[in-house]
Design a protein around this ligand. Structure first.
Ligand SMILES: [Zn+2]
Length: 282
């Protein structure tokens, strides 16, 4: 919750803003304080609001094998000309939870089987009001950071090592209930949902479908990577509203998701890869 408060104090944090730069420094300093080395993936994006410099932040805990599990969240807030949008759930809560997962994972004495890579994506949100309002062919107005990072992993052939991709997005609501995003990879989602229920959260990890319709996991799915979105979108009444404020968020909800992801990681690492690789030649 401290991480959430801190981000909200910076104010609205759209891509290219000094407020997002402050958020980035905060994330970097936190990761370093846990002993997690940090690197950056910088690029320029052409957006409906002009050219924006964007930066994905990457923290890594090295594992024993070449396999990599990506654990991710976007850290930008949606750009509004006339609205004070602070994004407590979208995305301050998922950023805070991801930091806490990194802190706990880094504190464990045993080296993980697979490398854990914590990726904070820039530019998830569309600049225009709707997700696809300003998307043009091969130039979507959304998921700028995740698309760039997935392309980079393809270019340097690291994508072959990515065993799974876990996305946290809007999972801090005090009335948390997580349905199953229908585009997510089923075996991966099953492990997380089963683990959450075994930890006693049967009313949180439910079986109803959650129609998401686009998020940072998509560029990875498109490359044949198993990916899951942990998201409560359709029954979060404050989505993209000025009322997405800290009073809608609970530390208990963030802890439930953080604990569940942490407990799922070794099970995911032990799971044999089932999704066929897609050829990287498009
Ligand atoms: Zn959003």
């Amino acid at each position: 919750m401290t991480h959430v408060k801190k981000q909200i104090e910076f104010g609205p944090r759209p891509p290219g803003s000094t407020e997002l730069e402050k958020t980035r420094s905060y994330i970097v300093n936190e990761l370093k304080s846990y002993g997690v080395p940090v690197s950056f993936d910088e690029f320029n994006a052409s957006t409906p609001e002009g050219n924006k410099k964007m930066i994905n932040v990457i923290g890594e805990i090295a594992g024993e094998t070449s396999g990599v599990i990506l654990i991710t969240s976007h850290y930008d807030t949606k750009f509004y000309k006339d609205m004070q949008f602070v994004g407590a759930n979208d995305p301050a809560a998922s950023v805070g939870t991801l930091l806490e997962i990194a802190r706990v994972a880094a504190s464990l004495s045993e080296k993980p089987k697979m490398t854990y890579r914590f990726v904070f994506f820039d530019g998830e949100e569309a600049f225009c009001e709707g997700w696809d309002d300003c998307s043009r062919d091969k130039n979507p107005d959304n998921t700028y950071g995740s698309r760039h990072y997935a392309d980079r992993l393809v270019a340097n052939k690291e994508i072959e090592n990515v065993h799974a991709m876990i996305l946290l997005d809007m999972m801090g609501y005090k009335k948390l209930e997580l349905g199953r995003d229908t585009s997510s990879t089923r075996w991966l989602q099953d492990i997380i949902w089963k683990t959450g229920r075994e930890l006693g959260h049967t009313k949180i990890f439910v079986d109803r479908d959650e129609g998401v319709g686009g998020d940072d996991h998509e560029p990875f799915l498109a490359q044949g990577v198993s990916a899951v979105d942990i998201i409560q979108l359709n029954d979060y009444p404050h989505w993209h509203k000025a009322t997405d404020t800290i009073d809608k968020i609970s530390s208990q909800s963030m802890k439930i998701v953080g604990d569940t992801v942490l407990a799922s990681l070794p099970i995911i690492a032990a799971h044999e890869r089932q999704t066929p690789r897609r050829s990287s030649a498009q």
